[in-house]
Design a protein around this ligand. Structure first.
Ligand code: NAP
Length: 236
């Protein structure tokens, strides 16, 4: 399959990229962090099936340029993985002194980033038999199960993402598109800016769970659910 993934430099996106290459897929890996070289290293083993694509999901221009770069290689994508995300948490939120500029940035990346990807790439999926759109969301975006009292921007941005996925599910499912809305668990990733020592899952474990769900052909798609890595079905 031809797979495009955003935020592939490190964390879950990198883990998924590596795993999908190992499974024999062709990966268009969205590169955002030029100074990070893990993707470059993967090219040594998977050069013929790994394409590094400049991709900032916060910029429409960048996503359009990414489409041009993908179209130079293939006429179709089978799977789109919207993975890029930022933490959105600032200390000030705990005292209800939100940084509105940062909140806008979080919404721009975590919510609108997925919208840009879908709107600019979904036509490239028309020629595919799979047409699968996968969205890395979070239980933090569940309104029905919300328990936090802060981290407003992250929780709100993921709730908005969940709503968007529900709307395009309603719209594009009848056209044969397939959907996965996913909570990947608490990962020891780079969300804080450096590799975290806290979390339930290593990047490799989280990628394994996510890849299994994204590639699973037996998922019941008659209803859209926010599916957790451990099988929990979140209300959203
Ligand atoms: N970690 C967790 O426990 C957890 C829990 C629930 C959900 N998630 C979700 O899982 C997804 C992956 O997160 P992760 O834990 O793997 O975090 P991560 O290690 O920080 O990886 C996210 C990647 O996306 C990149 N990125 C940031 N802004 C971008 C942009 N505008 N365009 C393209 N890429 C961009 C990041 O670059 P920078 O490093 O420069 O920011 C980073 O390479 C996110 O959507 C996150 O919300 C994570």
């Amino acid at each position: 399959m031809n797979v495009l993934i955003s935020g592939a430099d490190r964390g879950l996106g990198f883990g998924l990229t590596k795993l999908l290459l190992e499974k024999g897929h062709t990966v268009f890996a969205g590169q955002y962090l030029k100074q990070w070289n893990e993707l470059e290293q993967l090219k040594e083993n998977y050069g013929s099936r790994l394409y590094l694509i400049d991709l900032d999901v916060g910029s429409e221009v960048s996503v359009r340029e990414a489409r041009t770069a993908v179209e130079a290689v293939t006429d179709h994508l089978d799977m789109l993985i919207s993975n890029a995300g930022i933490n959105g948490k600032l200390d000030g939120e705990v005292t209800m002194e939100s940084n509105f500029e940062y909140m806008m940035r979080t919404y721009n990346i975590n919510s609108l980033g997925a919208v840009r990807l879908v709107e600019i790439f979904y036509q490239m999926m028309k020629g595919s038999d799979t047409k699968r759109m996968c969205f890395v969301s979070s239980e933090a975006g569940s309104i029905a199960q919300a328990w936090r009292e802060d981290n407003f921007s992250y929780c709100m941005s993921k709730a908005a993402l969940n709503m968007y996925v529900k709307l395009i599910y309603n719209r594009l499912k009848p056209e044969g598109y397939s959907f996965r809305l996913y909570h990947p668990g608490w990962i020891r990733s780079y969300m804080s800016g450096k590799l975290s020592e806290r979390g339930n899952l290593s990047i490799e474990e989280a990628a394994d769970y996510a890849a299994n769900y994204f590639l699973d052909e037996s998922v019941d798609e008659s209803e859209l659910i926010l599916f957790g890595y451990d099988g929990e079905k979140f209300q959203f």
